[in-house]
Design a binder for this molecule. Structure first.
Ligand SMILES: Cc1cc2nc3c(=O)[nH]c(=O)nc-3n(C[C@H](O)[C@H](O)[C@H](O)COP(=O)(O)OP(=O)(O)OC[C@H]3O[C@@H](n4cnc5c(N)ncnc54)[C@H](O)[C@@H]3O)c2cc1C
Length: 439
C-alpha cells in the first residue's frame, strides 16, 4: 500500500497539478497538509504586519476552498498552525508515509524552510519535489539558471525562439483514502483569532474571492464572457475599474490558478475568436512573471539588498516620515495618494498605479525602495516574492533594467491616464470614501 503525505504551499489547486494528478492514480492513502507558518504572519522590520487584512482573508479563503474541493473528491485537508519543518515530520511519525511531496519555491526564505524540513526529515522518509510555478518548466529553459540573460528582452528572445510549454495535468475525479491515524477534523479553528478576524473584512466591488473555482470564473469572464482579452493591449494601462486587465494575479500568486492553464486558454481563444497583439501580450506578461522567478532563483538573498542585484549605490535620503505619508496616501500629490488609497482599501492596484507610486517613492521622495516593497508585501492580495521584489528593484534602478532610472513624471502620468480626474475623484473625494460603502 502506498502512503503519500503532500504539503501544499502556493499551489492551492487540483487542476493542472502534477503531484495531485499522479497521487490519484498511484497512492492508496493520502494525507494533504497546509501549514499556516507563524513566521510568515509576524511583523516586518519596518513595524507593520507582513500580511495585511486583505491578503490574510484571501489566503484563508483559498485554503478553505481547497479543503472543500478535496472533500468533494473523497479526501480532506489537514490544516495546521506551525512551521512546516516541524509539523510535517510530526505528522510523518504518526502516519509513516512512503513519500513526502511538495512544490519547490524559488525565493530564498521559502527555500530555507525546505532545507530545514529536509534536514528534520533526515532520510527517514523519501522526499519528492516538483516545479509547478512557472509557464516554462525550468528543465525546458534553453540555458542554465546561472546563464540567465540579465535583461528581459534577451531572455524573451532566447526562450520564445523555440519554446516548449508543457501540457496541463488533468484534475482527478477521486482521491485516495484519508489515513486512519490522522484526526480528520482539523479546520481553520486552529488559527489565532488575529488571523481569523480577517474573514470579517468587508467585501468590496474590487475584492477577489479565494479558491480555484473563483479563479476559473474570472478567467471565463475575461476571456469568453466579455472577450476583453481581445482588447487587453489597449486597456492594460488604465487605472479605474475591474476590466482593463485580467486581474488573475491573486490566484496565480497563491497557485489556485496555473499559468499553463491561462496559456492554454489564450491559445484556445486565439483559435476560436481572434489572435492579435492583445492575446500575445498576455502571454508576454506571463513571461515577465517567469523571468522574475528565474531572477529570484539566480540571485537568492540579493533581491532584498538595498543595492539589489546590481550592487549599485544610490543616495537614499528620504525619511521614514516621507514613507509614512506615502503609505497612507498623504503626500499631497493626488494621483499618488489615490493609488495608495486604493491599495490600502482593496489590496489591489493596477500595474500602472504600482509603477507610478513606486517611482514616486524612490525617485521623488528618494526613500529606501525596500520600505515600499515591504508595504506592498503587506497590502497586495497578489503578493508574490519574485514579482514584487523583482519589479521594485527594476523601478529602483537596482534590478534588470538597462535604463538606470525609470522615472514616471506624475503630472504627465495624470494627463495621460487620468485626464478627467475620475480615478483621483473615485479614491480621494471625501477621503473616508470607501469602496465598501457601495457594496
Ligand atoms: C512595484 C510593483 C510591484 C508588483 N508586485 C507584484 C506582486 O507582488 N505580485 C504580482 O503578481 N505582480 C506584481 N506586480 C506586477 C503587476 O503589477 C501585476 O502582476 C498586475 O498588475 C496584476 O494584475 P492583472 O492580473 O490584471 O495583470 P495582467 O496585466 O492581466 O497580466 C496577466 C498576468 O501577467 C503577470 N504580470 C503582469 N505584469 C507583470 C509584471 N510587471 N511582472 C510580473 N508579472 C506580471 C501577472 O501574473 C498577471 O496576472 C508588481 C508590479 C510593480 C510595478
Amino acid at each position: 500500500m502506498k502512503k503519500v503525505l503532500f504539503w501544499f504551499r502556493n499551489d492551492l489547486r487540483l487542476h493542472d497539478h502534477e503531484w495531485i494528478s499522479e497521487i490519484a492514480s498511484k497512492a492508496d492513502v493520502f494525507l494533504p497538509v497546509y501549514c499556516f507558518n507563524p513566521d510568515d504572519f509576524g511583523m516586518s522590520v519596518f513595524g507593520f504586519e507582513r500580511v495585511g487584512m486583505h491578503r490574510k482573508k484571501f489566503i484563508l479563503e483559498n485554503v478553505w476552498a481547497l479543503k472543500r474541493k478535496l472533500q468533494e473528491k473523497g479526501s480532506d485537508l489537514y490544516i495546521a498552525w506551525g512551521r512546516p519543518e516541524e509539523v510535517i515530520p510530526e505528522l510523518a511519525i504518526k502516519f509513516s508515509p512512503d513519500v513526502i511531496g511538495f512544490e519547490k519555491e524559488f525565493a530564498w526564505e521559502e527555500q530555507q524552510v525546505e532545507i530545514r524540513l529536509v534536514n528534520n526529515i533526515n532520510n527517514r522518509w523519501f522526499v519528492k519535489t516538483y516545479y509547478g510555478k512557472s509557464l516554462m518548466h525550468p528543465l525546458d529553459l534553453p540555458f542554465s539558471i546561472t546563464k540567465l540573460p540579465f535583461q528581459f528582452t534577451e531572455f524573451r528572445k532566447q526562450v520564445e525562439s523555440n519554446w516548449v510549454i508543457r501540457k496541463t495535468y488533468s484534475e482527478p475525479v477521486h482521491l485516495p483514502f484519508w489515513p486512519k491515524e490522522i484526526e480528520h477534523k482539523s479546520g481553520l479553528h486552529v488559527l489565532p483569532v488575529s488571523i481569523l478576524q480577517a474573514l470579517e473584512t468587508l467585501l468590496t466591488p474590487y475584492s477577489f474571492a479565494g479558491g480555484e473555482d473563483a479563479a476559473l470564473i474570472r478567467l471565463q469572464h475575461y476571456f469568453w464572457g466579455t472577450q476583453q482579452l481581445a482588447k487587453y493591449k489597449e486597456t492594460r494601462n488604465e487605472l479605474l475599474g475591474t476590466e482593463y486587465s485580467s486581474r488573475l494575479s491573486p490566484w496565480l500568486s497563491i497557485g489556485s490558478l496555473s499559468s499553463r492553464r491561462v496559456y492554454e486558454e489564450v491559445k484556445r481563444f486565439e483559435k476560436d475568436i481572434t489572435a492579435n497583439e492583445s492575446t500575445y501580450w498576455l502571454i508576454f506578461e506571463l513571461l515577465w512573471r517567469d523571468f522574475f522567478r528565474w531572477v529570484t532563483w539566480k540571485f537568492g538573498k540579493r533581491i532584498f539588498y538595498l543595492t539589489g542585484i546590481t550592487q549599485r549605490i544610490r543616495n537614499w535620503v528620504g525619511t521614514f516620515e516621507d514613507f509614512e505619508r506615502w503609505k497612507n496616501g498623504e503626500t499631497g500629490v493626488p494621483l499618488v495618494d489615490a493609488c495608495m488609497t486604493e491599495l490600502k482599501q482593496t489590496g489591489y492596484l493596477s500595474n500602472r498605479g504600482r509603477q507610478l507610486a513606486a517611482s514616486f517613492l524612490v525617485n521623488d521622495l528618494r526613500c529606501d525602495w525596500r520600505w515600499g516593497a515591504s508595504w506592498f508585501e503587506h497590502c497586495l492580495v497578489d503578493y508574490d516574492v519574485c514579482s514584487n521584489w523583482g519589479n521594485w528593484m527594476y523601478i529602483a534602478g537596482v534590478g534588470n533594467d538597462s535604463r538606470k532610472d525609470r522615472y514616471f513624471k506624475i503630472e504627465k502620468q495624470a494627463a495621460q491616464y487620468d485626464a478627467q480626474g475620475l480615478y483621483v475623484k473615485t479614491w480621494l473625494t471625501n477621503k473616508s470614501y470607501h469602496a465598501l460603502d457601495r457594496y
